[in-house]
Design a protein around this ligand. Structure first.
Ligand SMILES: [Zn+2]
Length: 137
């Protein structure tokens, strides 16, 4: 059923709680929140802590520094929109603030990515939205 897949790269669908996060991404800022009760980092920011149910504080801007925890190189595009992009890197990136995010490592050859590699957050513009991605420092 690949005929029904969109030819453009998919976009996230913001909801009432994630809208502010995506708006910050569009402004080039990656945000998170920290629980005021237990200190757990909530990413993306949300009002209620997933660890203890406590209330989180205001969203803070992440430093944008991170490390590749692990990754894979995807050689098979999941649909036509990704065909021009393959092969590409799908990585788990540990942010300096603690959250582990799944994202692409871009702006380098896939074979240059390594576990433990230092990266920084950059934003890939897709229409009106901007998706956080990682790039080598
Ligand atoms: Zn908490």
């Amino acid at each position: 059923m690949t005929d029904s897949l969109p030819a453009t790269l998919p976009l996230p669908t913001p909801n009432a709680e994630s809208r502010a996060f995506w708006d910050a991404c569009a402004d080039g800022r990656l945000t998170f929140a920290r629980c005021t009760a237990c200190g757990s980092v909530q990413f993306p920011p949300q009002k209620s802590c997933t660890a203890c149910g406590g209330v989180t504080g205001e969203a803070s801007e992440a430093s944008g520094q991170g490390t590749v925890f692990t990754y894979t190189i995807n050689h098979r595009a999941p649909g036509p929109a990704f065909a021009a992009r393959a092969p590409y890197v799908i990585a788990l990136v540990d942010l300096a603030e603690g959250p582990r995010l799944m994202m692409n490592v871009i702006n380098c050859a896939p074979e240059d990515v390594t576990i433990g590699m230092t990266v920084r957050i950059t934003f890939e513009q897709r229409g009106e939205m901007a998706l956080p991605q990682a790039e080598p420092v």
